[in-house]
Design a protein around this ligand. Sequence first.
Ligand SMILES: Nc1ncnc2c1ncn2[C@@H]1O[C@H](COP(=O)(O)OP(=O)(O)O)[C@@H](O)[C@H]1O
Ligand SMILES: N[C@@H](CCC(=O)OP(=O)(O)O)C(=O)O
Length: 530
Amino acid sequence: MTGSSHVAAAASSSSAAAGSTASKTIVIKLGTSSIISEETQLPKIAILSSLVETCHKLRSQGHKVIIVCSGAIGMGRIRMHITDRPKSLGERQALAALGQLRLIALWDSLFGTVGIEVAQVLLTRNDIADRPRYNNARTTLNTLISAPFNAIPIVNENDTVSVSELRFGDNDTLSAITAGLVDADYLFLCTDVDGLYTGNPRSDPNARRLGVVEDVAAARKAVSVATMGSSFGTGGMQTKLIAAELATAAGVATVILNGEHPENMIRVVANGIPSEASAGAGAGVKMDSLASSVSSLASEEKELIGYPPLDAPAHTIFMPKPNPLSSRKWSILHALHPAGALIIDEGAFKRIARTDSGGRLLPAGVVGVEGNWERMQAIRLVVRRRISKSTPHSSGLEQGAPLTNSAPIARSLGQYLLRTDSEAGAGTKTPPIIDSLRKDAPTPSSPLAGEASAKIVPADAAAGGDGVDGDEEWEWQLVEVGRALANYTSIESERIKGLKSSQITSVLGYADSDYVTDQVALHTLTLPTA
Ligand SMILES: Nc1ncnc2c1ncn2[C@@H]1O[C@H](COP(=O)(O)OP(=O)(O)O)[C@@H](O)[C@H]1O
Ligand SMILES: N[C@@H](CCC(=O)OP(=O)(O)O)C(=O)O
């Protein structure tokens, strides 16, 4: 894709739908299950070779290709004859170091046979944590896939050195971030099943594959993805849905398909992305629970919606968002690492949510500053509001919370108690958002904020939050509503919070901006019901 914005991506994608020969940027994610045979515990050489031929063909059609390849730990296990999943972090990191070498050597020799250069790109979340590093990674990838290099970057998480919150945790998420980084047109998630099913096809014989999904968040709620997949794989279908949500928000069409037949990707690209109109024609006609999110169940509605064509290979396609976020906003919301939080009042939120305000936040609306940051670092915007204690808490997490890298908020807002429904119900002290960051987490939570975020409530009256007004007991509730790039450091922000812009100079001795931030990306324009 030539344009740099996601909007341009969407425009080029939809106008060049079926049968397009325009150049596309294609990110292909290969899960461990596509690289290593569960049965033989050996690399799937024939399939990898077929993938190489597929990439060669895609490139000869003018497309650019990036591969996000799992399997370092799996290859390390093969190399060291370890049959069980490694349990300790040290063991996993050591196996990744042993396996990554083999993996890249294998790709280098296979791609060498068709004259394609490959480049190894190992990333941690830290490598894209702030704007300069994010832009640097973007430039490197774009340089690699463009002339004169015309290489295929082979991306993996730098498992050997990445720890806790510096991890992507799974390569589905990493592939979505990579697709966003390079403004890709397609993200292919190759795995060991033919797409997203209504339930795990390994265990549910009645599970049915979905053809076209328009609303990933709704589909995520409607299908069952609870059980894990192959013995080598990491996240199962859940992390693929998280990846689809992230990528489609950036305007990237996301496809889940079986890695056994990489050549099918050529046909999917040739068929193009179903146009909104044709996808919409079939919406809401089949399964009640999926009606709002899924245009078609595979096979049955092809004629009705015209996609996929009758001879199309099995796959599930997640439609790119019709109005994707700009590249800059997407990176602020989903890629950059928030170093802290500005706590704002409801009035300030309403002002920045009004489109005509330009998303600029005055210091007058800031009621708290948490964390340490420098200018231009990403921060969370968290609304503080008063709610009645008798109001039952709705679950922001279930509504879809923005939680790809949310552990720091729990830490930086340490004096607050993070309250979620699961905590209230199951009594666990670990918020699901923190589990979502862990590589081995069995149930990662959603990455995106449809509307709400975690509810963060002052732990006790000492935190200055609870009170009684007449008969009503109340408490403060904190809701993350978006992210922003800071105009002032955390120390400066603390000093000017609550002030008028005209007072900034007298307090700081200078005023580089009237706003604490003028680069805001919101998850939501309205606060969820308390
Ligand atoms: N609703 C579902 N639809 C499809 N597959 C599912 C579903 N729920 C769970 N799965 C499991 O997800 C697995 C793929 O995830 P995973 O093993 O992590 O693969 P990879 O290594 O390719 O990332 C499938 O083998 C399947 O058993
Ligand atoms: N980075 C890890 C893979 C992590 C991962 O997400 O694995 P998978 O679910 O097989 O795509 C590795 O190379 O082993």
